[in-house]
Design a protein around this ligand. Structure first.
Ligand SMILES: [Zn+2]
Ligand SMILES: [Zn+2]
Length: 400
C-alpha cells in the first residue's frame, strides 16, 4: 500500500482544485432543482465521485446518494458521516451573475449549491489522500427546504446501510464573515411547526354588525392572544416564536361586507420538546376558546414540521476543535446564538450524535441574507468548508 499523502492542512491541498470546484458550484447554481427533483444535480455528483474512484450508492430518498470512502487503514471499525443538501428554493433570482439560474422560478438562494460543492471537494481530497483509519460516508440529501429529505433518508435506512458513528454538516451563514465558523453544543435551529386556522362567524352588512358574528374581530383577538404564549406561558429564559403571517377573509375588497370566515396561516418555533408541546396546547386552547367567547367557531390544523437541530456536546466541542485547526484559534465562535430557522439535518441528529456548524460567508456583493432573491454563495469559502469537512474525518479517525 502507498504511504498516505501528508498535507499541513486539507485546505492547502483543496485550493489546488478550487477553480474546478468553483465551476461545479456555478454549474449547479445555473441549474437549480426543487426538492426530490434534483436529478441533474444527483447525476453530476455521482459522476464526479465516480471519477475520483469513490463508490456511489444512489436512489435513497429518490435523488439522494451516498459516496463511500475507505481510509488507508480500517482497523478502527469506525465511520463518520458528512452531509450536504442539494435542493433549491421556488423563487426567482434577481441578481445577475453570469451563471444566473436557467430554470425560471427556481433558485439556489440558500447556498445548497455551495454545500454540495464543498462536500464534493472534501470527497475528492479524502479519496486522493485516504489519510484516515475507517470509513467516510458522503451523504447528499434531497429536499431540505420543506420536503424533509433528511427524514426520508433516515426512514429509508440510511444509517442501517451506512452506519456512521458520528455525523456532521455545515450551513453557510452570511452573518459571519468569511474565514470564521460557528458551532455550539445544544440547539442550533428550532422546531418549525405550521398552523392553519379557520375562523367562522356569520356574515352580514358592515353597517349592522349586531346582526352578524364578525370573524375579522375574532381573528384580531386570536392574533393578539397568541402572543401571550411567548409573554405569559413560556418561561422568559426559554424561547418561542408564534407568528401569524397571513390573514385572508372569505370576502375580499368590499368595504361594507362582514365576511363569514377568515383563514390565518402562521408558524410556531421552539427549541425544547416540552415547550413545543406546551405551545401547541396553548395555540389550540386560545384559538378555540377566543372564537367561542365571541360567538364564533374555529378549526385548527397544527402540523409538526422539522424538530429542533440539537448538537451533541462531545461532537460540537470536537467540531470546534477541528474548526480551530482550519480557521484559526480565534475564528471559531462557540457562544453564538441559535436561530429560530429550521433545518432537517435534525432528523439525522436524532439518529446519530453529531454537530451542525455555521460557515462564515459574508453578505456578498449585494449584502443579502439567505432566501433573498439577490443571494449568491461566496466561492471564496469553498476550500475552507471542504477542508473543515475533510479534517473532521482525519481528526476523528486518525491513523495511529
Ligand atoms: Zn434555506
Ligand atoms: Zn439551507
Amino acid at each position: 500500500m502507498n504511504a498516505p499523502l501528508k498535507f499541513d492542512s486539507p485546505v492547502e491541498h483543496i485550493r489546488t482544485f478550487h477553480r474546478e470546484l468553483t465551476d461545479v458550484r456555478r454549474d449547479i447554481h445555473a441549474h437549480p432543482e426543487l426538492g426530490f427533483n434534483e436529478q441533474r444535480t444527483s447525476d453530476l455528483v455521482a459522476a464526479k465521485l465516480q471519477s475520483w474512484g469513490i463508490e456511489v450508492h444512489r436512489g435513497i430518498a429518490k435523488t439522494g446518494l451516498v459516496g463511500v470512502i475507505k481510509g488507508h487503514k480500517s482497523t478502527s471499525g469506525r465511520a463518520i458521516g458528512l452531509r450536504a443538501d442539494m435542493d433549491c428554493l421556488p423563487m426567482h433570482e434577481n441578481g445577475n451573475p453570469p451563471y444566473k439560474s436557467l430554470h425560471p422560478g427556481c433558485m439556489h438562494a440558500c447556498g445548497h449549491d455551495g454545500h454540495t460543492t464543498m462536500l464534493l471537494g472534501a470527497g475528492r481530497y479524502l479519496a486522493e489522500t485516504r489519510n484516515f483509519d475507517g470509513t467516510a460516508y458522503l451523504i447528499f440529501q434531497p429536499a431540505e427546504e420543506g420536503g424533509g429529505g433528511g427524514r426520508v433518508m433516515v426512514e429509508e435506512g440510511l444509517f442501517d446501510r451506512f452506519p456512521a458513528d458520528e455525523i456532521y454538516a455545515l450551513h453557510n451563514w452570511p452573518l459571519l464573515p468569511p474565514g470564521k465558523m460557528g458551532v455550539r453544543p445544544g440547539p442550533i435551529t428550532a422546531a418549525t411547526d405550521e398552523i392553519q386556522i379557520g375562523v367562522r362567524g356569520k356574515g352580514g352588512h358592515g353597517a349592522l354588525p349586531h346582526l352578524a358574528v364578525d370573524p375579522v374581530v375574532i381573528s384580531a383577538h386570536i392574533i393578539t392572544a397568541l402572543q401571550t404564549i411567548a409573554s405569559r406561558n413560556v418561561s422568559p429564559v426559554d424561547s418561542v416564536v408564534v407568528s401569524v403571517c397571513s390573514m385572508e377573509t372569505s370576502q375580499l375588497g368590499a368595504f361594507n361586507v362582514i365576511p363569514d370566515a377568515v383563514r390565518l396561516i402562521g408558524t410556531v418555533r421552539t427549541f425544547r420538546p416540552e415547550t413545543r408541546v406546551l405551545a401547541e396546547q396553548r395555540v389550540r386552547e386560545i384559538v378555540t376558546n377566543v372564537a367561542a367567547a365571541f360567538g364564533g367557531t374555529a378549526e385548527i390544523d397544527y402540523r409538526r414540521g422539522y424538530p429542533a437541530t440539537v448538537n451533541t456536546e462531545r461532537e460540537a466541542l470536537f467540531a470546534a476543535k477541528v474548526g480551530e485547526k482550519i480557521f484559526g484559534k480565534d475564528n471559531v465562535q462557540t457562544d453564538g446564538e441559535p436561530t429560530m430557522g429550521g433545518e432537517d439535518f435534525s432528523y439525522m441528529l436524532q439518529a446519530r450524535p453529531g454537530a451542525y456548524a455555521w460557515l462564515g460567508q459574508g453578505g456578498g456583493p449585494l449584502g443579502c441574507f439567505l432566501h433573498n432573491p439577490g443571494y449568491d454563495f461566496n466561492d471564496d469559502v469553498i476550500p475552507l468548508g471542504a477542508g473543515y469537512l475533510a479534517a473532521l474525518v482525519e481528526e476523528s479517525l486518525p491513523i495511529k
